[in-house]
Structure formats: structure tokens, C-alpha cells
Ligand binder design. Structure first.
Ligand code: SAM
Length: 174
């Protein structure tokens, strides 16, 4: 099956060559999970909810954030967090005075100047762009260094050159 080319070019999406039959050198598309369902649950049915202040604790590629912004009134506000610098770069593409992004873990949420929010959305885990890029160390499909940092600007958790022990190291021989 061929992947459809991404219609929204984005430098933070990675071009990888997959095996024959799959799309070659096409930017991978990030599809937000439970997009409408999560935002419906966050904002509810009350029209006054659109004037509130909301937090997206895991911005990722901003699927949820963009939909939230599209449903907020001019008085609404959205504050987003992410640890990943590529997520922060993607957030820089959103030019909207109601939106701000913080390059921090969501545990800093209580340090917001006005630490009250009408709703908080958390889409926990890794994002598909993190898994698709071998050198992030999250992929099961591609070999790469064992990095696994959400925030690649911070210190490495593993000594460089550290390898996953192979099955053979444990005396397991297929
Ligand atoms: C599943 S993705 C979110 C996808 C996002 N909802 C979207 O629509 O694109 C999870 C994101 O959480 C971020 N993340 C993981 N741990 C975090 C933490 N402690 N604080 C803030 N962000 C974190 C990851 O960097 C990743 O971008």
C-alpha cells in the first residue's frame, strides 16, 4: 500500500526510504490520535467554554492544539508544553496571540503565572515522528543509538556507545 504524500510540507517530518512498494522519500504524516474526541471532551458542550484557558501538556506536532485554537473564542487561551525541541519548532509555526508554548515538561504546569486552567489535555507517550527517526533511539524498526531522550537539548541518560545487550550475551542462541 502506498502512503499518501503529506500535503502540509514540514521540515520536521522525516524523509525515510521504506521497502519497495511503500512511499519512497515522502514526508511521513503525523496523524493525531482521537483528535475530535479528545477536544470534544476537553471543551464540552457549554458555549462559554470557548472563552476559557486551556493547557495542552504534550504539544507534539500540535494536532490537538490547532483544533483547540480553532474552537476557542478571541478571549480563549491555550498554553502548551513539550520537552522535544522539534515539537517546539513546530509550535513556532502557530502565529496566534492566544497561543504560547513552553519548552518544559508538563510537571512545570503549577509554575504558570496564573496557575488555573479550565481544562488540561495530556496525550502521553512518544509521538510518531520520534519513533520514525532512528537516531532518537525510540524505534523498533530502525537501528540507532540508545538515546531515548524526549528533550535532546539535555544531558544524555546513557553513556555514549552503550549498546543493548544482545540475546547471545545472555546465552540465548536461536
Ligand atoms: C503522543 S505525542 C502528542 C501528540 C499531540 N497530541 C499531537 O496532536 O501532535 C506526546 C508528546 O509528549 C511529549 N512529552 C513526553 N513527555 C513529556 C513531558 N514530561 N512533558 C512534556 N511533554 C512531554 C513528547 O515529546 C511528544 O511530543
Amino acid at each position: 500500500m502506498r502512503r499518501k504524500p503529506c500535503k502540509r510540507p514540514c521540515p520536521t517530518y522525516f524523509k525515510i526510504s521504506l521497502s519497495k512498494g511503500c512511499a519512497l522519500n515522502q514526508p511521513l504524516q503525523h496523524i493525531t490520535v482521537l483528535l475530535n474526541e479528545a477536544v470534544d471532551a476537553l471543551l464540552g458542550n457549554d458555549p462559554s467554554a470557548a472563552h476559557g484557558t486551556y493547557v495542552d501538556g504534550t504539544f507534539g506536532r500540535g494536532g490537538h492544539s490547532r483544533l483547540i485554537l480553532s474552537r476557542l473564542s478571541p478571549q480563549g487561551q491555550l498554553i502548551a508544553f513539550d520537552k522535544d525541541p522539534l515539537a517546539i519548532a513546530e509550535a513556532g509555526r502557530i502565529q496566534d496571540a492566544r497561543f504560547s508554548i513552553r519548552h518544559q515538561g508538563f510537571r512545570n504546569i503549577s509554575e504558570l503565572p496564573d496557575a488555573s486552567a479550565d481544562g488540561i489535555l495530556m496525550d502521553l507517550g512518544v509521538s510518531s515522528p520520534q519513533i520514525d527517526q532512528a537516531d532518537r533511539g525510540f524505534s523498533f524498526r530502525f537501528d540507532g543509538p540508545l538515546d531515548m531522550r524526549m528533550d535532546t537539548t539535555g544531558a544524555k541518560a546513557w553513556p555514549s556507545g552503550w549498546q543493548m545487550p544482545s540475546a547471545a550475551d545472555h546465552g540465548c542462541h536461536p
